[in-house]
Design a protein around this ligand. Structure first.
Ligand SMILES: Cc1cc2nc3c(=O)[nH]c(=O)nc-3n(C[C@H](O)[C@H](O)[C@H](O)COP(=O)(O)OP(=O)(O)OC[C@H]3O[C@@H](n4cnc5c(N)ncnc54)[C@H](O)[C@@H]3O)c2cc1C
Length: 437
């Protein structure tokens, strides 16, 4: 398919955010009499779900310490639940079991859930936590955990299926998706608006541009001639790079997925554990003596999950997925830690290290200076959706962006405006070992 000479709304990137925006924007343009899906074009340099959205573990949760994240995630949860079949969404719930440094944070989150009407259960105390977990998984054996937050909504989605589901919904609304062209630059007018988007397939004149390129954001940020640094949220007198890269540590054990089942024979909730109990390998070797955090779920063909990511610095990943090789992101160290932690938590995972997958896994995420998204107009007609790697679960962001593009305001997106760095209004940090909690 050739590129059109002009399009009113050009969306760059066919991941969760680009396609959610395309679908909702097409719908709202028509409903508001402002146009139709024919005015919306997604261009994608590779293929649908080729980026972070297609490799995500698919966790969907609402246990955020920061209120704006909780509110936004509740909205996203509504979108997931609006069409679970097309979004391949498993509403199995989400269990977060944590050690003492995180107890107060989980209590705060629980109180907010109650205020906002989000259904969750909080249990505290070592013995009580173990008993609660054993009520779900009879062989739960982790000690020293002092709080568990059980979200009764949330769970996970099959990531590639979910993104293809969004693409189908967008195309049903007459949006176009063209795979192949890579954006290589922008031309601006004197007002700073982008008039033309340059690609390796030719140029397109545009009315509006929506940038939704996931871990490639630093490249596009440069092309948009935006400042590379912002005031450091922890020390505003110095400047820090806005974008840095982390290698997400995820993998699978190739066991029968039915090994992982609840006491009442159901698909299990997603489980997340933070602890500092030292971890040992099956032959008694100490593999980890620092605080650790892990998560896991029953996948279609295995048990899948991840651990705390590794910092790659600010210059990694010019094309984060272009150079992926089987162990680009994870290595034996990851599997030693992750499988030892699974066995620490549940007897069913003892002796499973030998089933560690050799398939490619993990991926790269681009994180902002305060680890929260930037959702904002970065030029008068250019909206940037840069989720700081929070975002497979954020399927509802595109819905809110579509409202903004059709003349509404979004209270849910306002806290993520770029101006927060200069105004020193960045979001508070939790005690979690993960940058995304
Ligand atoms: C291993 C891993 C696991 C994760 N697990 C979870 C999870 O369980 N839950 C969760 O909520 N989040 C998770 N995340 C984070 C989440 O996947 C991302 O935040 C989210 O998918 C980003 O979506 P996106 O649409 O912005 O980007 P992407 O899905 O990366 O899509 C961007 C697209 O833009 C295209 N593109 C890039 N540059 C150009 C260009 N110049 N021209 C044209 N096209 C271009 C790319 O090819 C790509 O297809 C995970 C991330 C990783 C890496």
């Amino acid at each position: 398919m050739g590129l059109p000479q002009r399009v009113e709304y050009l969306i760059i990137g066919a991941g969760v955010h680009g396609l959610s925006t395309a679908y909702h924007l097409s719908k709202y343009l028509k409903a508001k009499g402002q146009g139709s899906g024919a005015d919306v074009l997604v261009i994608e340099k590779s293929s649908i779900a080729a980026g972070a959205s297609g490799v995500a573990c698919g966790n969907v949760r609402c246990n955020y310490y920061q209120e704006p994240m909780t509110r936004l995630m509740m909205h996203c949860m509504d979108v997931w639940e609006s069409d679970p079949d097309t979004y391949a969404y498993n509403s199995v719930g989400y269990l977060t079991a944590s050690f003492e440094p995180m107890r107060a944070g989980l209590e705060t989150i629980y109180e907010r859930h109650q205020q906002l009407g989000y259904p969750s259960t909080l249990v505290t105390g070592k013995a009580e936590v173990k008993k609660y977990m054993q009520g779900v998984f009879h062989d739960w054996q982790a000690e020293e955990l002092t709080a568990v937050l059980h979200e009764h909504r949330g769970g996970h989605a099959w990531s590639r299926q979910a993104i293809h589901g969004l693409a189908i919904k967008a195309e049903r609304e007459d949006a176009r998706i063209i795979t192949g062209p890579a954006v290589t630059g922008f031309r601006f007018n004197s007002a700073g608006e982008v008039t033309t988007v340059e690609t390796d397939y030719g140029a397109i004149e545009v009315g509006h541009v929506i940038v939704a390129v996931g871990p490639w954001i630093k490249n596009l940020w440069q092309m948009l001639e935006l400042p590379p640094a912002v005031p450091n949220p922890r020390n505003p007198s110095e400047q820090v790079d806005l974008w840095r890269f982390l290698a997400l540590q995820e993998g699978e054990i190739d066991v029968d997925p039915l090994l992982h089942i609840t006491n009442d024979g159901q698909r299990p909730p997603l489980v997340h554990v933070d602890s500092d109990v030292p971890l040992y390998s099956e032959d008694g070797r100490l593999v980890w003596d620092q605080p650790w955090g892990i998560y896991f779920k029953r996948d279609k063909h295995a048990v899948q999950g991840g651990a705390v990511p590794i910092d790659l610095g600010t210059e990694a990943a010019i094309d984060p997925y272009g150079s992926r090789s089987p162990h680009y992101c994870v290595d034996d160290n990851f599997y030693d830690l992750w499988v030892a932690s699974l066995a620490h938590c549940m007897k069913r995972f003892e002796g499973q290290r030998r089933f560690a997958s050799t398939k490619p896994s993990g991926g790269v995420g681009a994180f902002s200076a305060d680890n929260f998204p930037v959702f904002d107009f970065m030029q008068p007609n250019v909206y940037v959706i840069a989720d700081s790697n929070h975002g497979f679960k954020m399927i509802g962001v595109g819905e809110q962006v579509a409202r903004v593009l059709t003349g509404e305001t979004s209270e849910l997106l306002a806290p993520f405006a770029y101006g927060r760095f200069a105004q020193q209004k960045t979001l508070p940090k939790s005690n979690a070992p993960f940058p995304w909690m």
